[in-house]
Design a protein around this ligand. Sequence first.
Ligand SMILES: *[C@@H]1O[C@H](CO)[C@@H](O)[C@H](O)[C@H]1NC(C)=O
Ligand SMILES: *[C@@H]1O[C@H](CO)[C@@H](O)[C@H](O)[C@H]1NC(C)=O
Ligand SMILES: *[C@@H]1O[C@H](CO)[C@@H](O)[C@H](O)[C@H]1NC(C)=O
Ligand SMILES: *[C@@H]1O[C@H](CO)[C@@H](O)[C@H](O)[C@H]1NC(C)=O
Length: 358
Amino acid sequence: MKGLPFVISTAVLATSLVHASSLGTCHPANRSPPTLTWSLLNTANTNQFRGLAPVSHKVAWVSGTNSTVLRTTDGGNTWKSVGPQLTGPDAELEFRDIQAWSAKKAVILSIGFGPESRIYFTEDGGKNWTQSFGNEEEAAFYDCIAFENEKRGLAMSDPVDGKIRLIETLDGGKSWSVIDSAGIPPARANEWGFAASGTCLTTTAGRWYVGTGGEDPGRVFYSSDGHIWDVSNTTLLGAEAAGVFSVRFRDRKHGIAVGGDFENPTGNMNNAAWSTDGGRTWQSAARFPDGYRSGSSWVPGHCDMALAVGSTGSDFTLDGGRTWIGFDNGTFDSVECLEGGLCWASGAGGRVARLYVK
Ligand SMILES: *[C@@H]1O[C@H](CO)[C@@H](O)[C@H](O)[C@H]1NC(C)=O
Ligand SMILES: *[C@@H]1O[C@H](CO)[C@@H](O)[C@H](O)[C@H]1NC(C)=O
Ligand SMILES: *[C@@H]1O[C@H](CO)[C@@H](O)[C@H](O)[C@H]1NC(C)=O
Ligand SMILES: *[C@@H]1O[C@H](CO)[C@@H](O)[C@H](O)[C@H]1NC(C)=O
């Protein structure tokens, strides 16, 4: 399908679209539902890009299998391979998450047990990568990385000694230290995160969130400083390959959690929930996304609007996650929307796409 734009009109429902004013409050306006159409970009690459970091309308980075990192500086028309020059088994590392601040500065996370979980950073657009973290704990498996600004970030691993493992950087990813697990609630026996879209750990407005599964139900850990955490049950199904894959907040209160069962990708029950109290409590969506969803993003400037993507398609919500409406059935793993309503998505088979929310 590469190179073919999808043209699928949205279900025609009389729904109201809400907008954010410059002060961030919502003003419902009578609007017909948006027509959302992904335009596929030609990456000339077939790796799976679960890592996605758009920076602007021009600059975006994707990362994924075979230690591949691509970057565009012309809005996605051309892509340059800028990943670390790795050889031997390291050439097959999977960079499942990436954070970028410019065409020059980025941090990437590779997944895997033991020494395969690594963090590298570049400050020159990928000419030179430096490894700044290499996991030495046998049980650790790092899933996601997130930054609240150019200096401070966290990375999250599946539990070590019964607690999710978190590490922290205060210098933009150049050095990392383990966060004391005393402030983290215990994990259940088979609880873990999903390294599917880089959004199992996210931060908004000074608060931090971790989505998990492995056991029923999927849960969300939440924290106002990244050190002292609480945890809540969601309404999402949890199982070995099921739970919360993506947790996103648009402010200190309003959040969505999406996921489902990776092994039942068309399953469309109990795969999305919403919160209006910072993640303390969760309500089930009334109408679910059309399948397992690995990634989600609020659309800045459209206050209750968000997108969710997964291997069986894309959906939008206009009401903060209460109802989801499918608009595309192509495969994606990750989605990120920027100010101005530009959303980028990335996934398997080298697929990267963009759309504008008007
Ligand atoms: C990843 O690398 C392996 C080994 O070099 C190769 O067989 C495979 O086709 C590559 N995958 C993609 C998606 O390019
Ligand atoms: C690569 O970047 C690191 C960290 O900034 C620096 O120490 C090193 O000298 C750089 N190497 C080259 C070849 O530029
Ligand atoms: C969360 O769910 C578990 C498993 O169903 C249950 O044992 C526990 O009581 C729930 N916790 C809360 C606070 O509802
Ligand atoms: C996916 O979308 C295309 C284009 O609208 C449509 O032709 C096709 O039937 C859809 N496939 C499924 C499985 O829904």
